[in-house]
Design a protein around this ligand. Sequence first.
Ligand code: URA
Length: 214
Amino acid sequence: MYNKAIKQYLEYLKLSGIQDIFVKPPLQINKTELLKELEEKYHTCTKCVLHVERNKFCYGNGNADARLLIIGEGPGAEEDRMGKVFVGRSGQLLTKMLSAINLSREEVYIANIVKCRPPDNRNPLPEEKSACLPYLEEQISIIQPEFILILGKVAAVTLLEIEQTLKAFRQQTYNFNGIKTFVSYHPSALLRNPNWKTFAWIDLQKLQKDYFGQ
Ligand code: URA
């Protein structure tokens, strides 16, 4: 979008007789600082009803320069208490899943579709998701990861805007704004159905292959 506007502007300058322009190199942005500032700015958000019962706003955690961004659905009780994403039982399983493919929590960035806990861990409502999505979109545009891993159907449907089963989602990768995107099981689903771990392992290996260029 911006590229097209810039191109048109350059054409206009050329037609106006301007032959040379001096372009200052873009400022080096510190992504960690920027995300921290934005978290401070948004943590009192009241854009949807989820703020009413929230203890803590869970913006996202991890490496702002990550090559891999992991996207879950929304904070649970433990996350709501701590203000950090994936720190409860699902988070512990997620840490193990990552370490199985030689990745650490410190290397990746993790965020959710909604930043505040839905009561009783219900699915976020459409109006809650649309109020919160700009935060995630902004995080993605700052981090600019090479890969995204979406956990679970709710997050996949919301982000990819395709209504299909998780099984169907897992069959292929997606191009989300130029970022190679994988979909797999949410760790809480794996806690409920340990048999599915075999399939999750297949998904993780595909991601590992691309991530490490094997
Ligand atoms: N489940 C999620 O989707 N996100 C969290 O942060 C924790 C549990």
